[in-house]
Design a protein around this ligand. Structure first.
Ligand SMILES: Nc1ncnc2c1ncn2[C@@H]1O[C@H](COP(=O)(O)OP(=O)(O)OP(=O)(O)O)[C@@H](O)[C@H]1O
Ligand SMILES: [Mg+2]
Length: 290
């Protein structure tokens, strides 16, 4: 299922939270893949100045010789540094800084004009979506990167510490005039159960399912109420993600394309395209085929 249309302009989104380890890079990689599967040209920029990781998550570490730092430092032209994903040619990566190359604040200040030039591109190579991955905890980096974006997707797990950080991030971004913000709740413990089709459960299982479902929905409401942002989607906790990420496997891989985790990303991509998709829809026919 491909949209087969270009977005009307390049949408620049930062994937962020002041808290480390809540799943920003996981969301960036898989949401990017979900948008690419819908037929959009997508660029992921790894702006984690401390620990680049999107090249690994996309299974592209061997070809990611140049990255965003090299482009900003005029070491390499952007066309040479942008790489196409080996299995999904709509998805592109501008990798992070290599381990031995240091960033400095002056370099990062060149980022907004680079991103602006991407958004002003009128060629047929124009990107429909640019998703920028940000580091946790580095508020100075976040401030500079935020100035490039037209929307922030704030990632939080349901843990109290992550929720507090998400609130703080949202406030900081409003101060940066990024008013458009949506929330992604990641690593949601009951997420897999919520995405399961209750019709396939036995009657006892169904009752249990409904009880668990109510508790889970209540806890989700707590997260949304506390952070007070519009919800873009909920990603279930899935213990197989670690292994898959170690092998550079994303939601397009046959090993995970039908999992609830993957459906969470298909649904979020659909919502970014202004489609009205119920929160926990888990319908195989919704799965993008491209
Ligand atoms: N929904 C999920 N279910 C299970 N594990 C997850 C999920 N999302 C992310 N993880 C795991 O959590 C860890 C942190 O994820 P990730 O690197 O995406 O977070 P991050 O916010 O980008 O971290 P950092 O702040 O260090 O950049 C990884 O090991 C990842 O595999
Ligand atoms: Mg990260």
């Amino acid at each position: 299922m491909s949209d087969m249309i270009q977005a009307s302009h390049t949408e620049i989104k930062i994937i962020t939270s002041a808290k480390g380890g809540v799943g920003k890079s996981t969301v960036c990689a898989n949401l990017g893949m979900a948008l690419a599967l819908r037929g959009f040209r997508v660029l992921l920029i790894d702006c984690d100045t401390a620990n680049r990781c999107l090249d690994l998550m996309l299974g592209m570490e061997d070809c990611a010789i140049y990255g965003i730092r090299d482009v900003l430092a005029d070491v390499c032209p952007i066309e040479k540094a942008i790489l196409s994903h080996p299995q999904q040619s709509n998805l592109h990566l501008l990798a992070g800084c290599s381990a031995d190359a240091a960033w400095n604040a002056d370099l990062l200040h060149a980022l907004p004009s680079l991103v602006k030039s991407l958004s002003e591109d009128t060629s047929d190579q124009r990107f429909d979506y640019v998703l920028i991955d940000t580091p946790g905890g580095m508020l100075d980096v976040l401030s500079t990167v935020a100035s490039c974006a037209d929307e922030a997707l704030i990632v939080s797990s349901p843990q109290a510490t992550a929720i507090r950080s998400a609130e703080k991030t949202a406030t900081l971004l409003v101060q940066q005039h990024i008013e458009k913000q949506r929330l992604i709740v990641n690593s949601f413990p009951a997420g897999n159960a919520l995405f399961k089709n209750p019709k396939t459960a036995s009657s006892i299982g169904r009752k249990l399912h409904n009880k668990q479902k109510k508790a889970a929905i209540d806890s989700l409401f707590h997260v949304i109420d506390t952070i007070s942002l519009t919800l873009l989607g909920v990603v279930p906790f899935d213990e197989t993600i670690w292994d898959k990420q170690n092998s550079g496997i994303l939601i397009n891989d046959p090993a995970c394309s039908s999992q609830p985790f993957s459906h969470a990303f298909y649904n979020m991509a659909a919502r970014l395209c202004h489609k009205n998709v119920p929160l926990f829809t888990y319908d195989k026919s919704d799965r993008p085929q491209k």
